[in-house]
Write a protein that binds this ligand. Structure first.
Ligand SMILES: CCc1ccc([C@H](C)CC(=O)N[C@@H]2O[C@H](CO)[C@@H](O)[C@H](O)[C@H]2O)cc1
Length: 818
């Protein structure tokens, strides 16, 4: 049967209208006149899908035909953001769709607002994965993103009396038009049970007999490349019970028991764990990790390789990139499949496995490194534990071979740790198994080698490398900042969207007063747009003419939102005490965005304090509106796309040596915000590229932090020595922001004075001095605009396309297939 290739509807307004009405009628089953806004949104989404379908099907066919080496990106999180605009942009349909909707009497912007963003991630790691799959598609690299289709994503944050309240994120309620379920391609995933040894024609073999199974149902999402006609796939797994509810038990009347197995199974992909730095070690989390990586490996071996493919050549066909340690259980899973199911010899299987994996580490915090107890692993994945033990035995034998019986080194390098309880150090397993290990910024990769995994760097010369993070210019410049995008295109032509280094061409324009004026107008327009959004979304009135000083990221003590609070309180205290005339204070609006992990008590207290300070400062007539604190709840990708283009000042103030990279910092620089920051993570590379004159550096360097720590850090010494700091802390301690109740924020105050692990007090003076430099610089708007343009011009390096190019050159060796 000669089937005509799928062509897709005509790229014309009429064609789009016809397709839209078809989807409204036949997919939604409604007429335009009786359709609901959600019907219209879904029909619009279906229509955009239809335009991308031909490319997707063609791409899948070609990837199967070409058999080129590809990337399987394994990530427990993808913070995708809204899909409609990105898909319209990729398919060059934005104008056509806008006109087509108008032709139907619909304002496309009303439909845009209806899209619920899939919040399938916590923060940096999840968003990076989303930027990376966008770049992989735009650069025509054969690749598939694999992950979990959580029924509930990152919680919705609201504030009650200034305190964070979490609500479930039921993002699927109104349907999810961008996904394609494929129950027919479900994988059966085992858990529990036992292992048994058996003899296979004289060869001792092991097999795993799972105690129970779950079905992993794949949902495919389109990942369209920008203007290259390519569409890659994101495959997210959803858990479904292998056996539906038990009719016999049901008929016996025990309804709860009848569905218990079902609920138990489907819990696996029920909800995203909202922690982004401290693993809770919960069994369900390990189930989630094994569930999606096992399904992904089986799926790849089954659907991407020809049935007669010789697995010895697997490293020529695929690299599994481990997005942190969360998917590293994939290593023993591949070994189990190759040895137990495919009958391969251990050594051959191990040689293949070591070439098929690479590991990216995203953190420096020791507490964020995952460890799974051998008890739990042995119970849930008994065969995998056996395999890990053997990997470790052979690894330690090689270490002994190289370094002799250096028991301390052996214990330090063992994948199995004995303290606090016998457990598997997942970062060590990833490092031993990975062909390459990379950090996500120069400083981070250096600290990984020197501080976190020095023994491994010595044992595996050449294994450690760096790939500095990046962000996609499609979403964070072209879509989020259309004013800036058209100004850049006007000046440099359109090529920058896929070749961001071309932004360098703007340097010359920084000297052009006319261009500076246009640039400043773009920023002003973005500020007006943000203030409209915050008025409708949260009822905030953003004060006009204020510098927008923005700090948006997860709430974590190492990111030091507390340092920002102390700056605000210092400015406020100066005015409230009458020592500083309000008129002498540079008008600023401080915008915060931050979710705290629900179990992170101190982080939630800091959120409460920020809101408390905000309500006092915003209401105090003595401030004469010179200072404003706004904390819109539920910071997410959609809000980031409105806040970042409007920002004047980007707060990147973590303690040096704690933030692996940061990616918000890059988005701000690309939007012309100037950075006030420490030499931490990618701030170092931003400062090196934009130039010291265009960056407000402050604080200790990482070696200075280490030195102070080693010397013995007494935060109260800094409190005693610095009057401004003392006034600010005393004001918080006084209950001034808690209705006179000193106990409310006492835990924060005493933590700062007697613990202060992230040295807020030590960097306070330098920070306040830097903020004074910011005020002075902002007073000269034209010079500020010039500096802002230079930030954009010199930040092309921070494109995720460049990151992907580095991964291809240094780790994957998967050239684009054009
Ligand atoms: C198991 C709990 C858990 C969950 C998530 C994580 C992530 C690794 C945390 C994270 O998102 N790290 C951030 O990754 C970004 C992308 O590389 C970096 O830019 C940030 O600096 C880093 O904090 C650690 C531990």
């Amino acid at each position: 049967l000669a089937v005509a290739p799928v062509t897709g509807p005509p790229s014309s307004v009429d064609g789009f209208v016809r397709e839209f009405l078809n989807n409204l009628n036949y997919e939604q089953g409604v007429a335009l006149s009786s359709s609901s806004p959600n019907d219209r949104y879904l029909a619009l989404a279906y229509t955009v899908r239809d335009y991308l379908m031909a490319r997707w099907l063609e791409d899948q066919r070609r990837q199967r035909e070409v058999q080129a080496k590809g990337v399987c990106y394994l990530s427990a999180e993808y913070l995708l953001g809204r899909q409609l605009d990105n898909n319209l942009l990729a398919a060059r349909l934005t104008d056509i769709a806008t006109e087509a909707m108008a032709a139907c009497g619909i304002d496309i912007d009303d439909l845009r607002q209806l899209e619920v963003e899939p919040g399938l991630g916590n923060g940096g790691l999840g968003r990076l994965a989303a930027c990376f799959i966008d770049s992989l598609a735009t650069m025509s690299v054969p690749s598939t993103g694999y992950g979990l289709r959580y029924e509930y994503g990152i919680f919705r944050q609201t504030f009650v009396d200034g305190e964070q309240i979490e609500q479930p994120d039921a993002w699927l309620t109104l349907g999810s038009p961008w996904e394609f379920p494929h129950p027919e391609a479900a994988q059966t995933i085992g858990f529990g049970g036992y292992t048994e040894k058996y003899d296979d024609e004289g060869v001792a073999r092991s097999r795993w007999v799972p105690g129970w199974t779950v079905q992993a149902v794949p949902y495919n999402y389109m990942v369209p490349g920008y203007h290259n006609g390519r569409v890659n796939t994101l495959r997210l797994w959803s858990a479904v019970a292998s056996s539906a509810f038990d009719l016999r038990i049901f008929n016996a009347g025990d309804y709860a028991e009848a569905v218990r197995a079902q609920t138990f199974a489907e819990n696996i992909s029920k909800v995203l764990y909202p922690e982004d730095s401290t693993p809770q070690g919960k069994e369900l989390r390990l189930q989630q990790q094994y569930f999606f990586v096992a399904a992904s490996i089986h799926d790849f071996l089954e659907h991407s390789l020809s049935p007669d493919f010789d697995l010895a050549n697997l490293p020529d066909r695929v690299i599994f990139q481990l997005n942190d340690t969360h998917p590293v259980i994939a290593v023993p899973e591949l070994m189990r499949v190759l040895v137990d199911e495919k009958g391969m010899k251990w050594d051959a299987a191990w040689a293949i496995t070591q070439q098929c994996f690479a590991y990216t580490c995203h953190t420096l915090l020791p507490e964020a490194l995952e460890m799974w107890s051998v008890d739990l692993l042995g119970r849930l994945l008994p065969r995998h534990l056996e395999i890990i033990y053997r990997i470790n035995d052979e690894f330690l034998a090689a270490v002994r071979e190289r370094f002799g019986d250096d028991e301390m080194r052996i214990r330090n390098m063992s994948i199995i740790a004995d303290f606090p309880e016998r457990s598997v150090r997942m970062a060590f397993l990833a490092t031993v198994a990975g062909a390459k290990v990379n950090g996500v910024a120069e400083l981070h990769s250096q600290l990984l080698r020197e501080k976190v995994l020095p023994d491994f760097d010595e044992f595996y010369p050449g294994k450690f490398t760096n790939v500095t993070n990046g962000v996609t210019p499609r979403r964070f410049v072209r879509l989020a900042n259309p004013g800036l995008a058209s100004l850049i295109t006007e000046a440099l032509g359109a090529g920058w969207t896929v070749d961001l280094e071309r932004l360098r061409g703007l340097e010359a324009f920084a000297e052009d007063p006319e261009f500076r004026a246009k640039f400043a107008e773009v920023k002003a327009a973005n500020k007006r747009r943000l203030s409209d959004v915050l008025r409708t979304r949260d009822g905030f009135e953003v004060s006009d003419g204020h510098m927008l000083d923005v700090m948006v990221k997860r709430l974590h003590e190492y990111k030091r939102q507390m340092l920002k609070v102390l700056h605000i309180v210092t400015l406020y205290e100066g005015i409230a005490s009458g020592r500083v005339a309000a008129a002498d204070v540079q008008p600023r609006t401080f915008i915060f965005g931050a979710k705290a992990a629900p179990g992170y008590v101190m982080a939630k207290r800091i959120i409460h304090l920020i809101n408390a300070v905000g309500s006092v400062v915003n209401a105090d007539p003595r401030v004469e509106g010179r200072l404003q604190v706004l904390f819109p709840p539920n910071y997410n990708v959609t809000l980031a796309e409105r806040v970042i283009p409007a920002a004047d000042l980007s707060e990147q103030i973590s303690l040096a040596g704690k933030e692996a990279s940061g990616t918000g910092n890059m988005k701000f620089a690309l939007s012309g915000a100037l950075t006030i920051g420490t030499d931490d993570g990618a701030n170092v590379e931003i400062r090196q590229l934009v130039g010291d004159d265009n960056f407000f550096l402050f604080g200790m360097t990482e070696p200075e932090v280490e030195a102070l720590w080693a010397k013995g850090y007494k935060p109260s010494d800094f409190y005693q020595a610095d009057e401004g700091l003392r006034r600010a802390i005393d004001l918080i301690a006084s209950g001034a922001f808690s209705g006179g109740d000193r106990s409310t924020f006492e835990p924060i105050v005493s933590n700062l004075l007697y613990d202060d692990r992230f040295m807020v007090l030590a960097d306070y003076a330098s920070y306040i001095a830097a903020q004074a430099r910011v005020d002075a610089a902002y007073a000269d708007q034209d010079a500020w605009t010039r500096s802002s343009i230079l930030n954009v011009a010199r930040s092309g390096f921070f494109s995720s396309d460049r990151s992907i190019r580095d991964y291809i050159d240094r780790i994957w060796h998967t050239p684009p297939v054009l």
